[in-house]
Design a protein around this ligand. Structure first.
Ligand code: THU
Length: 130
């Protein structure tokens, strides 16, 4: 199954009764295995989680900590872009040149790297001793 197919498939399971905005994310890990996640909302709105966070959690739970490619899809008029928090989460596990494909269910795709999505990322280097 391709990243696109995995993202579209998991999107069908998104739990989004409050926004009615279903998102699917698939990430390829260093091993080649694909992990998928969907958004999971909550009546206490801030407790909801994004599709990207779900896919990352699945990857880490399976024992992997490096992602090499990302695909995110939603039924939006324009390709869905990861929120700020998810950009930081993706940057935790992916190198700056990792390709992130953002897509609509209608087939429009836009590709950006992690560095383009999160310029000036906060990294461990910022915490080095003075
Ligand atoms: N959402 C994601 O899951 N990923 C994104 O990249 C953008 C936004 C979710 C969060 C929330 O459940 C819904 O979309 C509306 O913001």
């Amino acid at each position: 199954m391709s990243l696109k197919e995995a993202a579209l498939k998991v999107r069908a399971n998104a739990y989004a009764p409050y926004s009615n905005f279903q998102v699917g994310a698939a990430i390829q890990a260093r091993s080649g295995v694909i992990y998928a996640g969907c958004n999971v909302e909550n009546v206490a709105y801030p407790e909801g989680t994004c599709a990207e966070a779900g896919a990352i959690a699945a990857m880490v739970a399976a024992g992997e900590t490096e992602l090499t490619e990302v695909y995110v899809v939603a039924g939006s008029p324009m390709p869905v872009t990861p929120c700020g928090g998810c950009r930081q989460k993706l940057a935790e596990f992916g190198k700056s040149d990792v390709r992130v494909t953002m897509a609509t269910t209608g087939g429009v795709e836009q590709v950006m790297t992690l560095a383009e999505l999160l310029p000036g990322a906060f990294t461990q280097d910022h915490m080095a001793e003075e």
